[in-house]
Design a protein around this ligand. Structure first.
Ligand code: MLT
Length: 411
């Protein structure tokens, strides 16, 4: 008899963004003429930059001719992409990373989920709350969390990110082997200082723990004092893996390209105390289960590192940050307390009512879709996340509609 993975029924019934889409579809079915403005899922709206499109097109053309055709690529990615990543994203900022420590993939969502396969099953895992739901859900699927009771999984250690700690979690009080951190943060938009990150690195080294550092939103950092990579912090090469993506940086949410950085010094231990290279394990996993990102997509991603690509992609994040500023100012002016939106495309807005209730009210009264904070964890209750990934005119229209509905939103 075929049987199921009994961890799946422990998941909440649907993935957060699927639930948001379901409610929006139901609303549209009952209000067929309603014009909605979507500021929920963080999906980019501007097209790929010209230098990226041109590299993409040229690479497709290469595939059309016998003497320039490419079949399977190198397991871990082409050197023409890994080299510039190491140089521009890391070495130019004083982070000692070489191209051989970079593994190209089709998304940070998959990488942050798949990486757990290389670790022991009975780890003490710490996850911030609120958090990008993929970290929690994939641990549930893998059977690492115990069951869900009173809003939380019994087997996880939750790191509360609240107004009181500036949405940067404190170091764990109990033993932790694996910890997820994401800065600029999804969903709160909060950033971490160099000193705060150094404290995490110090903690991880002392306790032989590993930090999974999701830096998918690094392109939005404008404050020069903030670290862009965990590898700017001395000692992080021994205790951290970093995830980055072209999705939000260069508009690749549909095109798909990302990378994971696993330094050679980063080790984990077997039950007999033997040390193993995590780069070797992750490379082995990827080579076995993944056949790489297509040649044209890797060429398109490499174009991000040309001088034109750097300028064009900065213009993309500048545009979304301009939207974020409008959102912060307008919502702040209406009396909502806002975090994020300065070095991040997300604005975390305090609602003073249950976040799903606020979501429904906003949909009904203003026709604006946001993401309810409770979907990111217990500490997200009473907040919504507003995404700046939209056209400026839509953002302005949404702010007018929210202002018009303010009396219904209890501000
Ligand atoms: C989000 O809205 O949180 C993101 O779009 C999720 C993702 O990048 O997978």
């Amino acid at each position: 008899m075929i049987r199921i993975n009994e961890n799946y029924p422990k998941l909440s019934s649907s993935y957060l963004f699927s639930e948001v889409s379901r409610r929006v579809a139901a609303f549209q079915a009952s209000h067929p003429g309603a014009q909605l403005i979507r500021m929920g899922i963080g999906d980019v709206t501007l097209p790929l930059p010209p230098s990226v499109v041109s590299a993409f097109r040229d690479a497709v053309q290469e595939l059309a001719a016998e003497d320039t055709f490419h079949g399977y690529g190198p397991d871990l990615g082409y050197d023409f992409l890994r080299g510039p990543i190491a140089e521009i994203d890391y070495r130019a900022r004083g982070a000692d990373i070489d191209p051989g420590e970079i593994v190209i993939s089709d998304g940070s969502k998959c990488d942050t989920a798949n990486i757990q396969e290389i670790f022991a099953h009975d780890l003490h895992i710490a996850i911030p709350d609120p958090v990008y739901p993929v970290y929690v859900d994939t641990n549930v699927m893998a059977g690492r969390t115990g069951s869900f009771r009173d809003g939380r999984y019994g087997g996880l250690i939750y790191l509360d990110s609240t107004e009181e700690n500036g949405f940067v979690p404190d170091l764990p009080k109990s033993r932790v082997d694996l910890v997820y951190l994401c800065f600029p943060n999804n969903p709160t938009g909060a950033t971490i200082t160099r000193e705060q990150l150094a404290a995490w690195v110090d903690y991880a080294r002392k306790s032989k723990a590993l930090i999974l550092y999701d830096a998918a939103y690094v392109a939005f950092i404008r404050d020069p004092s903030l670290p862009r990579s965990i590898f700017e912090i001395p000692g992080a090469r021994e205790c951290a893996i970093e995830f980055r993506s072209f999705s939000k940086t260069a508009g690749f949410t549909g095109t798909r390209c990302a990378f994971t950085v696993v330094p050679r010094d980063c080790k984990a231990w077997d039950s007999a105390g033997g040390a193993h290279s995590l780069l070797d394990l992750w490379s082995r996993r990827q080579a076995t289960k993944f056949n790489g990102v297509s040649y044209p997509v890797q060429r398109a991603a490499a174009a991000v590192y040309t001088p034109e690509g750097q300028e064009e992609t900065k213009a993309l994040s500048d545009y979304y940050l301009g939207n974020a500023k409008i959102i912060r100012e307008k919502l702040g002016g209406l009396g909502f307390a806002c975090t994020g939106g300065e070095n991040s495309p997300y604005i975390w807005v305090k609602t003073d009512m249950e976040s799903w209730k606020f979501f429904d009210l906003l949909l009904e009264k203003a026709g604006v879709v946001v993401t309810p904070g409770a979907g990111f964890g217990m500490c997200g209750e009473g907040y919504v996340r507003v995404s700046a990934f939209n056209k400026k005119e839509n953002v302005q229209k949404a702010m007018q509609k929210i202002a018009g509905a303010a009396k219904d939103l209890a501000v």
